[in-house]
Write a protein that binds this ligand. Structure first.
Ligand code: UDX
Length: 441
């Protein structure tokens, strides 16, 4: 088993640290945020992610996982270091902000005196790994014995533990000019997944970096494609949900990620496609990705359309209406509200004069911080009581399971707006509700 460190214990890092320990490795998680480290060391996960807390606690107890704020300790502990810090969008620009990634290299490399490998997992602009490699070698007493490889992460929030323990593929980019121990060591670390026949692809650094952004760009494009079809369905009185089912039966297309609705948000897809466009521009290849600008535009238009649809339901004015917004997280099984379409729509509705009350099973605290001016209910019932319309903007199972007859008792107006096409339209209509969905008549 390998002694390894995980640098940065946010969403990605905390999950990676806990899951690597679960595989039997001896793991040290490192972060500069003392509060976060103290929490994790006590077995508490600072965000909502199914299964993660159990895995964390089990491995701390077993003595395979601990946390620290010291980079010196990290350098002394591990022969493999996983770089998991964030690469947010720069303020006022499309490009990614690499300051955290660079600072980890600057803090760690000077303490590394023995041969070691740093595996980058963060999503970075292509070319970053090669640059960081040169920087690390220059700063470290180990010099050329310190390798930088790239091992992109594909985990989805809400399924982070499963995606890390049972990935659908593993990609490791190594510097072809400097073949060292990076491939061999990664095969040892991921031996369990490799034994389970997980595809293991070894590439050069640039390809590994591009794999990640290309995958996210494809997923974003798939969602915006079906949302563009939703716009057409609205114009032609057709039904996008049936259209998605029908084209999805073609194995070349596939039904997954063809759910039309409010579109994508979260901490990854929006910023990643923008950083990808920015990087393509720097490489004089901007034409290759101009379509992503349209992908972004289609995505943002859905939010506006949702507001319009709500206004249409009230004959053109939202002033004085009481609206229950169900969902604040950018997707179900998450408490993440970064670039959340649900909250964005709730905010716009309020600006147009509606009284908006929001309820979400997990994301209330984060939502309050981001949108303090919205009203928040402590339960679904409280949010819907006396409402003139109910808007389902994140498809939590609890909302999918709602009984329209029961809910009709609570509200003032039986209007339901389905921003995620996750409700059974016929059932709601049969129970006396006026049902409206995106991309449906
Ligand atoms: C994504 C990628 O899936 C993951 O591989 C990558 O590592 C990080 O970014 P995540 O942000 O957790 O993961 O969310 P994902 O499940 O991909 O959903 C992204 C957004 O797309 C959500 O807002 C979701 O509601 C939306 N979506 C997804 C749709 O609107 N329609 C769909 O059919 C699928």
């Amino acid at each position: 088993m390998t002694k390894l460190t995980v640098l940065g214990t946010g969403y990605l890092g905390a999950t990676h640290a806990a899951c690597m320990a679960e595989l039997g490795h001896e793991v040290l998680g490192v972060d500069i945020d003392e509060g976060k480290i103290a929490k994790l060391q006590e077995g508490q996960v600072p965000f909502f992610e199914p299964e993660l807390e159990e895995v964390l606690q089990r491995n701390i107890k077993a003595g395979r996982l601990r946390f620290s704020t010291s980079y010196r300790e990290a350098a002394e502990w591990g022969t493999a270091h996983f770089l998991c810090v964030g690469t947010p969008q720069k303020r006022g620009e499309y490009a990614a902000d690499l300051r955290y990634v660079e600072s980890v290299i600057d803090e760690l490399a000077p303490h590394i005196t023995e041969p070691a490998v740093i595996y980058g997992k963060s999503t970075v602009p292509v070319g970053t790994a090669a640059r960081l490699g040169a920087r690390a070698r220059a700063l470290s007493p180990a010099g050329a014995q310190l390798e930088v490889a790239w091992n992109p992460e594909f985990l989805r929030e809400g399924f982070a533990v499963g995606d890390t323990l049972h990935p659908d593929r593993l990609v490791v980019g190594i510097d072809p000019q400097r073949p060292g121990r990076a491939e061999e060591l990664s095969r040892e670390i991921y031996a369990t997944a490799i034994a389970a026949q997980t595809p293991f692809l070894v590439t050069d650094l640039a390809t590994a970096e591009l794999v990640k952004v290309a995958a996210n760009a494809f997923l974003a494009t798939k969602i915006s494609f079906i949302n563009a079809m939703a716009e057409l369905c609205e114009a032609a009185d057709a039904d996008v949900t049936v259209l998605a089912d029908a084209i999805g039966h073609d194995a070349r297309i596939g039904r997954r990620f063809l759910n039309a609705g409010l579109g994508f948000g979260g901490g990854c897809l929006p910023k990643d496609i923008r950083a990808f466009m920015a990087r393509a521009g720097e490489l004089q290849a901007h034409q290759a990705l101009t379509f992503l600008r349209e992908v972004d535009n289609v995505n943002m238009r859905r939010r506006t359309r949702m507001v319009e649809l709500t206004r249409e339901t009230f004959d053109g004015s939202l002033i004085g209406t009481r609206l229950a917004v169900l969902g604040a997280a950018f997707k179900p099984d998450s408490d993440d509200v970064r670039d959340s379409p649900a909250l964005n729509v709730a905010g716009q509705l309020q600006l147009q004069g509606a009284n908006v009350t929001v309820y979400d099973p997990q994301a209330m605290d984060n939502a309050r911080v981001l949108f303090p001016t919205l009203e928040y209910a402590t339960s679904l019932t409280e949010a819907c009581e006396g409402a003139d319309a109910v808007l389902v903007l994140t498809e939590w199972q609890q909302f999918r399971d709602l009984d329209p007859a029961d809910l009709a008792e609570l509200v003032r107006g039986t209007r339901v707006l389905d921003g995620r096409n996750c409700l059974d339209a016929q059932r709601w209509t049969a129970a006396g509700w006026t049902y409206r969905g995106l991309g449906r008549y």
